[in-house]
Every structure is written in C-alpha cells, then in structure tokens.
Design a protein around this ligand. Structure first.
Ligand SMILES: Cc1cc2nc3c(=O)[nH]c(=O)nc-3n(C[C@H](O)[C@H](O)[C@H](O)COP(=O)(O)OP(=O)(O)OC[C@H]3O[C@@H](n4cnc5c(N)ncnc54)[C@H](O)[C@@H]3O)c2cc1C
Length: 328
C-alpha cells in the first residue's frame, strides 16, 4: 500500500507551524512521529494535500519541572523519554508505566505524547485497506453511512486506543492548544467528545503544544494494566490506569482511568467516593473492579469479545488497586 502524494511542510517554530496550519486549513494534517498517521495514510484513511512535519520544532520537546511541583511536557516529547524520565518515574509514575506499554521500543522512539493524545479512534471496520472497506460498503467513520458494529445506529463506536491518556486523566492533566487566535488551555477530560468519528475537540488550524501535570497530582502511586493480542507491540484492547494515595494505612484518594473500551478515554466516576477513607481489602478492590467494568462499554470493534474486554477491566482494576494499596 503506497502513500498518497502530499506536499511536506517543515516549520522550525511553533508560530511558523500555526501560520502554515491556518494557510492550508482544511487540507493539512499534522505529522509528529508518524507512527499512526502514516500507516493510516497508506490505507487511504487520510489523503491530505499537505503534511505539516513538526519534528524540527525544538520548543515542543522536553520534560520540564515547574516551580510549584507540577511538570510541563512538550507535545513532541518521545514516549521513550517519558518512559525513562526520572522526574516522572519518581513523582508521576503512572505516566511512564503507561508509556512503556505503547507499541514497541522502536515505535516509542518515534511516537510522541502529542500524537498519543490526538490518536485516531480504531475499529475492525475502519483500520483496513481501501479495497477491504469498499467491499463492505464503507462505514460512518469514513466514506459511508453504515455502522457495522451497531447496525441501524447513526453513532460511530470506534474506540479510543491510546495508552497514556488513561494515565493523564488520573493525573488531572491539562493540555495547551495553539492557533492564530492564541493559546488555550483545557483539561484533558474535556478534550474528547465521546464520539468515535469526530472524537476530539481540535479545530482545523490548532496544534497541541504542551501537556501539564499539576502539582496536586504528584506523588501518587501509579499502575497501568493492559490487554492486547501480542504483548510486544499491540494497541490496547482494554487498559486501566490507577493512581492511589494512602495515609495512615488507609486510602486517601484513588482515581481509575480506562482506555480502549469506549470512544474516549474515561475516568471511572465514584471510585474516590467508594474507596476514600477505607482500609483496602479484597472486597473493596473487587467493588472498585465492578464499578470500572460498569463504566466500560466495549462493542465488537476488535478481535476480542466485548464481554472478555469488560471482564478484564474488572480484573485489572482490582489487581492494580490491591497492589498499589499494599506497596510500601
Ligand atoms: C504496530 C503499531 C502498534 C501500536 N501500538 C500502540 C499501543 O500499544 N498503544 C498506543 O497508544 N499506540 C500504539 N500505536 C500508535 C502510535 O505508535 C502511538 O499512539 C504514538 O504515540 C503516536 O504518536 P505519533 O507522534 O507517532 O503520532 P502521529 O502518527 O504523528 O499522529 C497521530 C495523530 O495525532 C495528530 N497529532 C500528532 N501530534 C499532534 C499535535 N502536536 N497537535 C495536534 N495533532 C497532532 C496527527 O495529525 C494524527 O492525527 C501503534 C502503532 C503501530 C504502527
């Protein structure tokens, strides 16, 4: 499968990138590591006239501690750098834990945190060649008006399958988005729409520039558990991030984030209320697992059954909560 033709634009500054986005608005795609975009272009899921290659923009790179104890991460920071960052491992361990499960080492060297946050949603009926999709009369997400996953429905159920956003939601992360109108800062939780097709609130002409981890989320214990076909490389088919803080042996706060089981990554509502103030037991961990499984709404968008994926959300949540509560 060959790449469609495109014009490559290579800005060196954020301002230049934003100006190019505005100039070519509508027919341009942002290229960071390219590890998801380029395979999708080969499948003719995107055929933009221009690609904006942002990899030369040095100001979008790096992990920087903030004076207040928070951390700022440039959108172009490679997942490998997040995985190996001592600062993040010490103070925000759930993020490197999630980053180290993305794809494979080579893809993590290329893939960026910005690309992981903006990652396209996935579905068995969508991530296929043009010929394959044509033979099935296409689907709502691309070129058609059918949903093969929920026949008769008008909503797209393609699944958000990035690993790090579940962890970032647990950390209450914010993102900064730049355009010719200036910079806007939004909570990551408000960035996703919950729709499989129009899945993120990123307007044409906008560029994700930075990610912020607030000081209030520092020093939580963190774990990430993931279900995938091949342990060495695959996208998640169910993913659970958990952060937990203990005080005097009891749970002070706990947050659970899910990915790959809904059209958006989501925080499990009620997890803190369920567990805060309690001494962790098998029963309470099980209750957290059940709550998480109720939040997961997987459909037949992947090769594993929805029932199995939901069950693994329960199992992963229970195990993660138990192990974090027991950590010394
Ligand atoms: C075999 C294989 C296995 C994979 N396994 C996993 C996995 O296990 N987990 C996982 O999470 N991902 C996986 N991926 C997908 C991908 O490698 C990662 O999600 C990676 O983080 C994407 O980052 P990137 O920089 O390469 O994004 P790109 O491919 O460059 O871009 C992805 C999307 O984000 C947009 N984008 C990128 N940067 C910005 C920005 N700064 N502002 C606005 N929009 C932007 C692009 O326009 C595009 O729509 C896999 C990919 C492959 C090929």
């Amino acid at each position: 499968m060959s790449l469609p033709e495109f014009k490559l634009l290579r800005p060196r500054t954020t301002a230049e990138a934003i100006a190019l986005l505005a100039e070519h608005s509508g027919d341009i795609r942002i290229l960071a590591g390219g590890t998801d975009l380029l395979p999708s272009m080969r499948q003719k899921l995107f055929e933009p006239q221009c690609l904006l290659d942002i990899r030369r923009i040095a100001e979008l790179q790096g992990i920087r501690p903030q004076l207040d104890g928070g951390v700022e991460i440039g959108a172009l920071t490679a997942l490998t750098d997040i995985e190996h960052s001592d600062l993040l491992r010490q103070h925000f361990p759930v993020l490197p834990e999630a980053a180290k499960t993305v794809a494979s080492p080579v893809l993590r060297n290329m893939g960026t945190i910005g690309g992981n946050i903006c990652l396209d949603t996935r579905c068995l009926w969508y991530n296929q060649s043009l010929q394959w999709r044509k033979s099935c009369a296409f689907c709502i997400k691309k070129d058609g008006d059918l949903c093969h996953v929920a026949p008769g429905g008008t909503k797209c159920w393609a699944v958000f399958s990035g690993d790090t956003p579940a962890a970032l939601l647990c950390l209450d992360a914010e993102i900064e988005i730049g355009s010719t109108s200036g910079l806007r800062r939004v909570k990551l939780a408000d960035f996703y729409t919950g729709l499989g097709d129009d899945y993120r609130k990123l307007h044409p002409g906008e560029l994700l520039t930075r990610v912020f981890l607030p000081a209030s989320s520092a020093n939580y214990r963190g774990a990430y558990r993931k279900l995938r076909i091949r342990g060495s490389i695959d996208y998640p088919l169910a993913g659970v991030a958990v952060v937990l803080k203990r005080s005097n042996g009891h749970i002070e706060d706990v947050r659970v984030g899910l990915t790959a089981v809904n059209p958006a990554p989501v925080l499990v509502k009620g997890a803190t209320e369920l567990l805060a103030g309690r001494y962790m037991t098998e029963e309470w961990a099980e209750a957290a697992g059940v709550l998480a499984a109720q939040t997961a709404k997987p459909l037949t968008t992947s090769v594993l059954t929805p029932e199995y994926r939901r069950e693994m959300i329960r199992v992963f949540t229970k195990r993660a909560v138990l192990s974090l509560a027991a950590e010394t």
